[in-house]
Design a protein around this ligand. Structure first.
Ligand code: BMA
Length: 362
């Protein structure tokens, strides 16, 4: 009897251990980062959160009006995930490459965190070798130049210091560091940023990741979930080229925009192998940038693919402020422009029980 009972206890312990995820990669992750990771893991099984870049900062026709949001005006609710961009923070500027004030970003991060929203940060930092933009791919020596021993290493450290200093100001009203997802060195499989696949070696790219993560951890930042990210890929091997390792990464993410008739089949394949790998590795999975439009794009086509896999969030890029020319449609923005059919499609997507907006996760 005794043996059977202790075997049962062991079996129970084993099955519990199996269902518990391993938490963030950072062994010193703050309780808030652990909580965010666990919360995202739990939500990933319930549905897919909707995210929007710069949703709280501006819309097609307005510029930084507190509490305003194109998504809320369209659906009645905020996105569950708010994206913010840090490009030009490294230069010590007050405003980003999209003219957004970093002080206002901080303000909105605090407010959105208070509302129990999820925060994700991207960084289109300038090219440190040429002082041109992130899109300057004129040299394949940039990553090498900023790594230890490289001619731009000190400059890069200054840039990293500015990033870390800013991160250290992202605290809640109790002075506790706000947990967030950080997605640097994104779209690696493409070669349109200076850290892209053909602009450095795989080893250099991995080193860049290790350097970045360690740098921020050494600054006392243990509140960050790091997202690994590629652009369109057709195989797992291609996706994992440059993967920094499970000790550095919390989320496997993909950016993929609709560029033609094969899009949804390719997205289905890619999300399939990425989400399966994320489950195996006990990591989160996201479609961290995507976009397209037609009258069933969101509610049928995108959702059809998303429902097949465990995906934490799906995010649309920013609605660029330009009151004089609100677009009829844009594959990079949300359908909150002027086309009624696209808006109706998005509202159907919003109403589907599988999609999670802010109220659904509060
Ligand atoms: C890009 C475009 C740019 C913008 C950048 C960073 O994809 O939207 O206009 O500067 O993202 O937000």
């Amino acid at each position: 009897m005794k043996t059977t009972a202790s075997m049962l206890v062991m079996l129970l312990m084993f099955s519990c251990a199996e269902s518990v995820n391993t938490g963030p990669a950072d062994p010193q992750a703050t309780p808030e980062a652990i909580q965010l990771f666990d919360r995202l893991m739990g939500l990933q099984d319930k549905g897919v959160m909707y995210g929007h870049q710069d949703d709280l900062m501006y819309g097609f026709t307005w510029w930084y009006e507190k509490d305003r949001s194109d998504i809320r005006e369209l659906t009645g609710d905020y996105p569950a995930v708010a994206g913010f961009e840090l490009g030009h923070l490294e230069l010590g500027h007050e405003r980003s490459l999209d003219s957004v004030s970093f002080a206002e970003i901080r303000e909105q991060i605090k407010i959105f965190h208070g509302r129990k929203g999820v925060i994700t940060l991207s960084w289109h930092l300038d090219n440190p070798l040429t002082d041109k933009s992130a899109w300057d791919v004129s040299s394949n020596q940039v990553v090498k130049s900023i790594l230890p021993g490289g001619e731009q290493h000190d400059k890069f450290n200054t840039w990293m210091d500015r990033l870390a200093e800013y991160f250290l100001t992202l605290k809640d009203e109790n002075g506790v560091l706000i947990p967030f997802i950080f997605r640097p060195w994104h779209e690696h499989s493409g070669s349109f940023f200076w850290w892209g696949k053909t602009l450095c070696t795989e080893q250099e790219y991995i080193q860049l990741w290790h350097y970045t993560v360690k740098y921020l951890r050494e600054k006392g930042l243990h509140n960050i979930l790091f997202a690994y990210n590629t652009d369109r890929v057709t195989s797992l091997e291609e996706y994992m080229n440059g993967y920094p390792g499970d000790d550095y990464i919390d989320m496997l993410s993909l950016d993929m925009y609709d560029r033609g008739p094969t899009y949804f089949a390719e997205l289905d394949t890619a999300l399939g192998f990425i989400s399966r790998t994320a489950i195996e590795k006990k990591k989160l999975c996201a479609l961290s940038e995507c976009g397209g439009v037609d009258s069933t794009w969101f509610s049928e086509k995108l959702l059809g693919v998303l429902k097949k896999y465990s995906v934490s969030y799906v995010l649309n890029w920013r609605n660029p402020y330009d009151p004089d020319s609100v677009p009829d449609s844009s594959p990079y923005a949300t359908p909150s422009g002027i086309n009624e059919a696209y808006k109706a499609d998005f509202i159907k997507f919003y109403n589907d029980p599988h999609t999670l907006f802010l109220k659904d996760i509060q």
